[in-house]
Write a protein that binds this ligand. Structure first.
Ligand code: SER
Length: 344
């Protein structure tokens, strides 16, 4: 069987690196990547081609390729996007729109749908205050779609753009012979935690930052209150979910956008776990009102029953397994290797 040609944008980011490694492990893909940065060491040997530069200006070049699958990960995350809103809109919305147009054009031209997988986020939700958040509990995809952040607005709108280009573009779905349209699906991710990379510019970053600092013996001042609760997920589960959605037969998918869930944990819960594993860790709480406000507008938990029903979603890592079987063993190896290297 011939290789599938895939494009991964934002390939040097957290999800990007893990996804490229996952694709290479599966085999059967010719992987083209793009990012503002040169290909990261962890993915360089795995990719056929890496196009470095601003994705928004690179899209023209992508018309020369016949991508079967596009994983559009490039984004400015929530905290960063609040500081540079216009830039975030350009990257998050214009970049997505350009790629959707490319995928729509290619789907029609080839007579075969290009798959377009888009990571959305719990930032697409928004609660007016903590009380409302507490009352809402597990939220369904179509509830509370009132984001407070530029990033959340961008994600929600891009979900809509994806639906538009895959179902209604030009109202040509009403033609006697409608064109082949792209196959767009999005996953709303909770806060992701990797043992290998640290996120930057996000607001759920306090979870991974706290753990990576503790593992290295560095003090950490957490920028949200101890009782702050949102859902989190191990990076391997995030990659698994992308592959599951990608492999699911299109006719089984009843929605364009799916929640997925693994475990909900407070910032205090992270601290407790970090202290149990690294007893000398110094973790304090120094809430930043703006970043606190962002996390208070995000759900404590999401209802992922549609993903479970339509494509069999089930995470491998609950809280216990996340710490004991993924994060702690991997992080201990990682920082032992780093300190061995620095001692050489
Ligand atoms: N992890 C993202 C952020 O904090 C939310 O999807 O911006």
């Amino acid at each position: 069987m011939s290789e599938k040609l895939v494009l991964v944008t934002g390939a040097c980011g957290e999800i990007g690196q893990a996804l490229v490694q996952g694709l290479a492990k599966r085999g059967g893909y010719r992987i083209v990547t793009t990012d503002l940065f040169p290909a990261a060491e962890s993915i360089q040997p795995l990719v056929a081609e890496h196009l470095q530069g601003d994705m928004v200006f690179k899209v023209k070049q992508f018309y020369a390729y016949d991508f079967d699958i596009i994983f559009h990960l490039a984004a400015s995350l929530s905290s960063k996007a609040e500081i540079a809103t216009e830039e975030a809109h350009r990257i998050n919305v214009e970049g997505t729109m350009q790629l959707l147009m490319l995928a729509a054009y290619k789907s029609e031209q080839r007579g075969q749908a290009v798959k377009f997988l888009f990571p959305s986020s719990i930032a697409a939700y928004g609660f007016a205050n903590r009380e409302e958040k507490g009352r809402a509990g597990r939220v369904k995809e179509d509830d509370w779609n009132t984001p407070h952040t530029m990033y959340g607005c961008n994600k929600l709108y891009c979900e809509k753009l994806g639906m538009y280009y895959s179902q209604f573009c030009g109202q040509r779905h009403l033609d006697p012979q409608p064109p082949v349209m792209l196959d767009f699906h999005a996953i709303r991710f909770p806060g992701l935690v990797s043992a290998f990379t640290v996120p930057s510019g996000g607001t759920s970053d306090y979870g991974p930052e706290m753990l990576h600092h503790a593992a290295q013996g560095l003090p950490y001042a957490c920028f949200v209150r101890e009782d702050t609760k949102i859902s989190f997920m191990a990076m391997p589960d995030a990659i698994k979910s992308i592959f599951m959605l990608m492999d699911a037969p299109r006719e089984k998918l009843t929605r364009p956008v799916y929640n997925i869930d693994a475990f909900s944990l407070t910032a205090g819960g992270f601290r407790k776990r970090a202290l149990a594993a690294f007893p000398s860790a110094q973790i304090t709480f120094e809430p930043n009102p703006r970043r606190q406000g962002i996390v208070d507008s995000w759900p404590e938990d999401v209802d992922d029953s549609a993903a479970r029903k339509d494509w069999g979603w089930k995470p491998d890592y609950d809280e216990e397994r996340f710490f004991e079987e993924y994060f702690l063993p991997e992080i201990r190896k990682r920082y032992k290797r780093v300190s061995a290297r620095t001692n050489e």
